[in-house]
Design a binder for this molecule. Sequence first.
Ligand SMILES: NC(=O)c1ccc[n+]([C@@H]2O[C@H](COP(=O)([O-])OP(=O)(O)OC[C@H]3O[C@@H](n4cnc5c(N)ncnc54)[C@H](OP(=O)(O)O)[C@@H]3O)[C@@H](O)[C@H]2O)c1
Length: 245
Amino acid sequence: MSSQKRIILVTGSNSGIGYDLVKFLASKGHIVYLAARNEAAGKEAQQKLKQEHNLQVKFVQLDITDLKSVQAAKDTIEKAEGKLDVLVNNAGISYMDQPQNASTVDISLIRKTFEPNFYGMIQTTQTFLPLLRKGSDPVILLNTTDMSSNTFQARPDSSIHTVAYNTSKAAANSYIIALAHELSAEGIRVNAVTPGFTTTKLNGYATGGKTTEQAAELLGEWALLGPEDKHKTRLFWSDKGQFPW
Ligand SMILES: NC(=O)c1ccc[n+]([C@@H]2O[C@H](COP(=O)([O-])OP(=O)(O)OC[C@H]3O[C@@H](n4cnc5c(N)ncnc54)[C@H](OP(=O)(O)O)[C@@H]3O)[C@@H](O)[C@H]2O)c1
């Protein structure tokens, strides 16, 4: 794990795993940007970290589906820091409360889910890439899910297939693989990590999952790859080790 002070952006970090990831990273002394599409929710989360945990984090408004908002966030961080070391693509939605069977899922629901999970994630990554190129030992990390793994889903005993969510995350994984190949010569590490089932807003606070603190610890480890971890790229990782794409 990197001991250098890192400049880190976590998208969608006003709640859930992202919030606890910001907490984890800030508690280790890094400069962390808590990002939220809703400014009030983001500032409230920033305040909570200060009041409850005595942690100072920076806030930036960022709706990953709105290119203007993404560019404005990039400008803010560029002006303040001049670079970015770590981008965590954490923001996402699932619409798990709506029917997502393969044979009947509403096509508009698939489009709505792909908008942040795939297109938004790509435009955020592309926009921040020039800042990451100025960073030291840069890292791009995707918070993905076990359910995005085609190998995992093709098993006879696979878990529930929520088609809009799983396919959007599988497509995101595919983009991560392509990006990792492309950026490897520049030494930019690009990986995907699944925290595993975690009880959050995304799944209607379904019980029996991990805590967001547990999920954040695994992601934190992969966000903080150090210079000694140069070979750790194009990997899909879980709490049990390497995961099949
Ligand atoms: N929970 C799990 O079991 C699990 C397992 C594996 C992977 N993951 C992944 O973990 C990530 C975080 O989810 P979570 O479980 O922590 O749920 P969550 O609490 O609902 O967090 C999702 C975050 O993404 C934000 N977001 C949604 N659309 C956005 C947009 N267009 N622009 C910017 N931010 C946006 C949400 O903002 P709002 O508050 O404004 O909606 C929220 O802050 C997701 O990518 C998810 O796929 C979750």
